[in-house]
Design a protein around this ligand. Sequence first.
Ligand code: NAD
Length: 496
Amino acid sequence: MTHAFPVHSDTQAFVQRQHRMLIGADWRGASDGATLQLLNPANGQALAQVPAATVEDVDQAVRAARQAFDDSPWSRMRPRERQNLLWKLADLIERDAQVFAELECLNNGKSAQVARVMDVQMAIDSLRYMAGWATKIEGTTVDPSLPLFDGEFHAYVRREAVGVVGAIVAWNFPLLLACWKLGPALATGCSVVLKPADETPLSALKLAELVLEAGYPAGVFNVVTGVGAVAGAALSAHPLLDKVTFTGSTEVGKLIGKAAMDSMTRVTLELGGKSPTIILADADLEVAAAGAASAIFFNQGQVCCAGSRLYVHRKHFDRVVADIAGIANGMKLGNGLDPSIDMGPLISAKQQARVGRYIDMGRELGAKVACGGEYYGPGYFVQPTVIADVDQQCPLVQEEIFGPVLVAIPFDDMDEAIRLANDSAYGLGASIWSNDLAQVHRMVPRIKSGSVWVNCHSALDPALPFGGYKLSGVGREMGAAAIEHYTELKSVVMKL
Ligand code: NAD
């Protein structure tokens, strides 16, 4: 493996090794020996091979997790010890932060520099935040009335770990999405089987190594790499699972939700989005245009809450579109290992073709391509693109493109802006750009999305719940809400 830009020797060694999955205490290949080929999105060349887990492998991983939860030192561990282990894991990720950043870059295409300060740092911060929760999980005492029973009673409600968690994640933030699930699971005392995305399993395998180094008992964390329709489907439908937590497309999320209902497995679904960026008449236009550009072009637009629909007050529409186009035209595309780039390639040829089809559709529909619009190789590059003169009902505005493509539409008043913003099957995030506090406060309750940002976009924090309204999902990650999703309540009534 040679790279035009040098990587840390540990990264090089990690990528080149023969990769194995972690099941219980064992590092194993797939039971049938099958492997999955990974490609470097920057050039389309072979990067590494990982095991393609079979249904049997997934079954063994779930059984290992089941045993760790039901009967192991893990199940008897005190909150303080769980807190310390999680903190230790965060420290180890910090120690190897550069390697993680480079793995994310080589495997996903994203900028290594951005991955270091964003993906990896947020993963560390989220684990530390959740470490604090391990010692703060509380029940309640209740004074019950119990009219049909005589005597005195003591009643309380315990909050207990939900059990064995199956975690399935997407490829856009491989380490971070895994840690958003791992943190609350390990803080509450659950055990986990993680199925990383087909395309991006490397950081998950590195994470598994550090979980063992931190001192977690075998079986608490297992990783099965492989194909979604095989390994992911087997995991989400496994009868020994207590909870499934999924980050990915709405289409697959629906399948997982339905499979979970057959066994009443608890379920959290973090799904797609088509988030609006709304620029009001009084906004600071320069700041808003820069914010809108970063809302869509960050991570090549492969962000579930990317600001992919732009609504601008009509009197500023042309200027804001021109400003964003100017920013886009100045962006340098290239290999994510190059510290001077602004955007890397998309994840795969398939994703590049999908995004390209939407751009072509825009042209065919007579929309105005204000900038970008080209896609090319080698590697899976798509120029940052702004499309204006589109109809609110066309697929470019209604469907998730999941690439660096912004559609822009003008509005005339606040009611129209809210109507357009809410006219979507999704409801993950929204940003409002304005300095009129009264106006903003009137708008916030009327926006149908799990997050609303004001004069910023995609501002995520481990203490703030994140998740979607409508087709964007069920449940929340992060914050106290995540702890609730990884625990069950048990009412205890005792006759004295
Ligand atoms: P995807 O749904 O194709 O795949 C996600 C994961 O599901 C992968 O690990 C895949 O292997 C697995 N999978 C695929 N088919 C499966 C099946 N039949 N059963 C079980 N598992 C299966 O999504 P993607 O293309 O990897 O990711 C992009 C999508 O993820 C976008 O829609 C994006 O908005 C969404 N996403 C949402 C959030 C959020 O927090 N809401 C965050 C990141 C990405």
